[in-house]
Design a binder for this molecule. Sequence first.
Ligand SMILES: [Zn+2]
Ligand SMILES: [Zn+2]
Length: 133
Amino acid sequence: MSQHLLILETECPACRAPLTEGESVHLDAHVDEPNQDGAIFLSAVFGDHTLTTDLEIAAGATAEFRCPHCDASLMLRHLCPLCGAAMASINIASGGYLEFCSRRGCRGHALGGFGDIDQMMSLVNRMLKTPHD
Ligand SMILES: [Zn+2]
Ligand SMILES: [Zn+2]
């Protein structure tokens, strides 16, 4: 195991403000049940699926993600292939984007939660700026 932490530098697709703060990605979120607004911090460490939030999100509930800077919705029209909840998307500063599931507890939830290992490896290579061959 490498000791090197791979921090994803992310930005808002609407206003391009950086969303990564330290080792977390700071997003605003809204939860319907019970009605709440607050901040969610996803781990920005590649492959780390942890999340910190003041919101009460029951396991299996979904959140609606927004940019904390411009308030633009980060939600997409297409649905998580694993659980059918709406997906959210943020940009990767070095190029490309990350999609993640809005349902708590879904495997597609966290950053780096790709089902496709080739897609994941190409992202890692892009981030390290070292072509893999
Ligand atoms: Zn924004
Ligand atoms: Zn899902």
